[in-house]
Design a protein around this ligand. Sequence first.
Ligand code: FES
Ligand SMILES: [Fe+2]
Length: 400
Amino acid sequence: MYNRNRVQELLADAKPGHTLPQPFYADPELYQFDVSAVLPRSWFMLGFEAELAAPGSYLSLTIGPHPLLVVRGRDGVIRGFHNICRHRGAQICAEGAGTLAKIVCPYHRWTYELDGRLAGAARVPDGLDFASHGLVPIRVELLEGCIYAALTDAAPDFAPFREAAAPFLRPYGLARAKLAYQSELIEKANWKLVMENARECYHCAVWHPELKVSFPVVFGQNFRVTDGARNADYVAQMQRLALPVGPAQGSWWHVGRYPLNPGVHSVSMNGQEVVAKRLLETHGAPIGGLRWATEPNSFCHAFADYAFMFAVVPVSPTESRVISKWLVAQDAQEGVDYTIDDLSAVWTRTNLQDRDLAENNQRGINGLGYRPGPYAQGAEELVIRFNAWYRATAAESVRG
Ligand code: FES
Ligand SMILES: [Fe+2]
């Protein structure tokens, strides 16, 4: 557990617009605070409906110490549960994905239906009330094919995000797309450092030579290109295609469309599309990228030919997992319409470069000489938002 007074004092020391005091990035007690108080009040991006196509298909993922399970029922409904047996508390499904007929605990084989009800147990304890021993549910929300989950009812209302973001996402048809590739990285950095790095492109021009071929690494507020005339032109073109530009945002989410570099059609090594069958037919018009991002853990980009998810999961005070997923049109065939190498090349390199940055940031912060420093107002606008979200959610959590 954590000491409420200590957390309160440290939060009082955290200055707006500045990196956090050292314990927030390294101290086991503050990590406990994050995973038991802050993160359960938040929506996590877990993946895509496309991964759970058939009844019984599931995703199992551990966030901090919390094993979770998301599974599609026989009725087609996607539900989420704590992946914890109601007998003696064993984790039921190992991390990963697959398909189940029933949810069976490996320990003593208590068996649950796909909707979480306890269905059977060998040598049942006397008088066991099945109805009150189903899996403990978590909240799950679907947004145009994206799956978000929250551990408790303290997470904010999802509806404003869904209502604002759905018109942006709908044209891409992600619910009907397919998962082409996924990857995982373990980074030796606190989850907030991984996220802070993911929320700015102040470092991009120097650190991401591949990304900057297609991606506008220097942009103005809200992913606007800094050239006003080019931006106005882009907005007019998107209006003609009936694609919303935005941005729209709430305290924990942000969605908006932005132009890629001139002449660029997708984020790839050469700026050209990497999937022959598109998610969204544009008849050759460059539509730029659509970015949607949620605190605490994700950003996604969709282009005409593919969509990309980046999600962070805390593992320990100074360790995080970065999960990346690439979606393509359902009828796109690997080896015919795309190759994994071309599809994943830029983001894979970018992720490795970012891992080095986050780990290097952690090494500095661990030292005695670390002092919270100021974020740049323009270039780190989205980090300032992340930091404000964290401080506000932490303050709410510590009040109970
Ligand atoms: S802990 Fe799951 S069946 Fe015993
Ligand atoms: Fe980066």
